[in-house]
Structure formats: structure tokens, C-alpha cells
Design a protein around this ligand. Structure first.
Ligand code: HEC
Length: 171
């Protein structure tokens, strides 16, 4: 082992160290090692909105339209229209949560069964089902506009049993 060989080893070690350091600096400059100040994606805040002031202004016509366009993809509205992905919504207002006989609810929603669907709970649920009952099988992102929720809830109010209002006018 002569001096020149040791020299070469020393130089190559030096080069590797410099290269690694350079790579680290480069990576640091691309990927900041601090968390971003605010999360990029925010779920809606469930405590946020009281639905009460929106109910008197609710449009039944618009609620009927939204229900026909969106909710009808998974729900029947009249008793006897079982067999969809979601439970029949006839009589849902005032009913205990997740208690329609014959429908297999998720454990996530059944946890709420001691409570009754009123306007505020329906609003909270429809704003963000996955926040209201994490693990729910209702794979629907939610209605972010409180007036839309009030409109749909006013439609749900018409779904008395045994004679719910049929959906009309939905395109
Ligand atoms: C992609 C399908 C889908 C869509 C769209 C959908 N739902 Fe649901 N919904 C479900 C399923 C599935 C459940 C049962 C959830 C569970 O057991 O976790 C459910 C449960 C519910 C319940 C609870 C019923 C009960 O008996 O306790 C209500 C109320 C409800 N949905 C209302 C609506 C309304 C109003 C809309 C339209 C704005 C809507 N859903 C849109 C699939 C859907």
C-alpha cells in the first residue's frame, strides 16, 4: 500500500462525503422539514352551522329536486321501495337513528341509535356523513351549502308514512 493509493482512497471518501452532503442540502431545499402551517385538505367543522335559521327559508321544490338527483341514487323514499344501497327514508324525521327494521346499518351509525333524527342532526349528518359517523357506509361526500341541506330536510319532512310525497319534476 503506497502513499498514492491511500491518497486516492482519501480523495474518494472525501468526494462521497461532499456528494452526500450536497444531496442532503438539495433534498432539504425541495422538501421542507417543517409541517405546513395549515392542513391542505380540511373536513368541514361539524360544530359550525345551526340549521335553524335556514329552515324557514327552505325551498321544498329545490329539496325535492336535490333528493331526486342525489339521494335517490341510493335511497327509496316510499315504504316498499327497499332493496337500494341505503335505507328507505319514509318517516325518517323523528325516527331513532339507524332503526328501520330489516336494514343492515353499519355499526358506526348504530352507535347513534339512542338519538332521534331531528333537523339539526340531519343537517350535521348530511354535511359530512363520514365525520358524523366515521366508518359509515353512506359513501356520500356531503352537502356543503346549509341552504341545500335545509331544502333537502324540508323534503324529508314530507316523507310521512304511510303515504310519502312522490318525487316529481326531477330531470
Ligand atoms: C352513495 C349512496 C348514498 C347516497 C348518494 C346517499 N345516501 Fe343516505 N345512506 C346510504 C347508506 C348506505 C346509508 C346507511 C349508512 C350506514 O348504515 O352507515 C345511508 C343512511 C342515510 C340516513 C340514515 C337513515 C336511518 O334510517 O337512520 C339518512 C337520513 C340518509 N342516508 C339521508 C340521505 C340523503 C338526504 C341523501 C341525499 C342528500 C343521501 N342520504 C344520499 C347511502 C347513500
Amino acid at each position: 500500500m503506497d502513499g498514492r493509493f491511500l491518497n486516492r482512497v482519501a480523495v474518494s471518501v472525501l468526494i462521497s462525503v461532499v456528494a452526500m452532503g450536497g444531496a442532503l442540502v438539495a433534498v432539504r431545499s425541495i422538501v421542507p422539514d417543517t409541517a405546513p402551517a395549515a392542513p391542505v385538505f380540511r373536513l368541514p367543522d361539524l360544530r359550525a352551522v345551526s340549521i335553524e335559521p335556514y329552515m324557514p327559508r327552505a325551498s321544498l321544490a329545490h329539496g325535492t329536486l336535490l333528493a331526486g338527483r342525489i339521494c335517490a341514487q341510493c335511497h327509496g323514499f316510499a315504504l316498499g321501495s327497499e332493496g337500494n344501497a341505503g335505507p328507505v327514508l319514509a318517516g325518517v324525521v323523528g325516527r331513532n337513528i339507524a332503526t328501520l327494521p330489516g336494514y343492515a346499518y353499519s355499526a358506526a351509525l348504530r352507535q347513534h341509535a339512542v338519538q332521534i333524527w331531528d333537523d339539526q342532526k340531519l343537517s350535521d349528518w348530511l354535511m359530512a356523513p363520514a365525520r358524523y359517523a366515521p366508518g359509515t357506509r353512506m359513501s356520500f361526500a356531503g352537502l356543503s351549502d346549509p341552504q341545500d341541506r335545509a331544502d333537502v330536510i324540508s323534503y324529508l319532512h314530507t316523507l310521512h308514512t304511510p303515504a310519502p310525497t312522490p318525487i316529481t319534476g326531477a330531470p
